[in-house]
Design a protein around this ligand. Sequence first.
Ligand SMILES: NC(=O)c1ccc[n+]([C@@H]2O[C@H](COP(=O)([O-])OP(=O)(O)OC[C@H]3O[C@@H](n4cnc5c(N)ncnc54)[C@H](O)[C@@H]3O)[C@@H](O)[C@H]2O)c1
Ligand SMILES: O=C(O)C[C@H](O)C(=O)O
Length: 353
Amino acid sequence: MSTALRVLITGAAGQIGYSLVLQIAKGDVFGRDTPIELVLFDIPLMTNALESIQMELIDCALSNLIGVEAVTSEKEAFTNVDFAFLAGSMPRKEGMERNDLLAANVRIFKSQGKDLAEFAKPTTKVLVVSNPANTNAFICAKYAARKIPARNFSALTRLDHNRAVAQIALKAGVTADKVKNVIVWGNHSNTQFPDASHATVTKNGVEHKAPFAVGDSNWIENEFITTVRDRGGVIIEKRKACSAFSAAKAACDHMYDWITGTPLGSFISMSVPSDGSYGVPEGKIEKGMSWTSFSGLVFSFPGLVFSFPVTISDGEWTIVKGLELNEFAKEKIALTIEELLNERDEALGACEE
Ligand SMILES: NC(=O)c1ccc[n+]([C@@H]2O[C@H](COP(=O)([O-])OP(=O)(O)OC[C@H]3O[C@@H](n4cnc5c(N)ncnc54)[C@H](O)[C@@H]3O)[C@@H](O)[C@H]2O)c1
Ligand SMILES: O=C(O)C[C@H](O)C(=O)O
């Protein structure tokens, strides 16, 4: 068997896919010297586009890229996968409501959760990019639970995290690497809570609390939050399409950190199944009736997939516990929990239909 890492990208013929494949192929996630096999998956209608991307990747003449497959069948796509970037989904069409989109997309993730359980390795690490990312990841984890632990599933809020870091850096007049411990709490939607109160900024060699470094606490509680929260919508308005290369770069940052870890004293934002921290509903495993035809007597329900501050070591994330939250933060977190609970219930309903 090949020792190369098998890396799946779904929606590979889409906009994010087009940026993501090159960043991964040239080593931004797994390193320039790590052999990888890329599996590009999309719907049959996109076969020509997939094949053209496969040709371009071959034409990059990358020595670590052992193979590139362009596939449109789930079995070929998910077999023996080590890492999965799930960016395939139905785009919103004219006249579609948010609920229609949620229903269509969570059904894709129900099916892909089952595919992961059937064909992928039990150690697979999964990043869901497609919106509604947190709820898609929840559904995917639920339907893969007979084989893959919920903690191997995550959703992308790293783009929001990177946006928050960049805004603080701009305001404080430093480069982005001088800002750490920003938190994006909750859903990848406009109920998210970008929180700078635990962040620090290093200026002229001295580390300061972010509110002090930017010198404007009103900005931290108002404009900072709305700028980060609304960024995706503003880009859609201007570009008539959603963020693509910044989302692909964030997906690479997310997976890179998951593999290589966070530096001592630093945390990043990652959407992961809740363990009950900060009052976010956790998962359950109970003996009883099964919820799929696969799972025998075990009832397994992941926690809400929620963006938390996490540290990572040896490929395992841990939610940072015990951060102090003021009333303002508690209120914002409660709102995003409520939205995710509603999305979860709608998604479960759509998956049962
Ligand atoms: N989490 C984030 O930070 C973030 C940021 C930007 C975009 N997004 C989301 O990422 C997703 C992809 O965005 P995009 O701009 O690349 O969209 P896109 O429409 O350009 O590409 C989506 C691709 O998915 C494919 N697809 C459709 N159904 C599929 C299925 N069942 N299986 C596999 N592939 C399927 C489509 O054919 C298309 O090629 C969207 O849901 C978007 O909202 C998330
Ligand atoms: O697709 C969207 O709604 C926005 C996108 O998720 C983004 O954050 O750029």
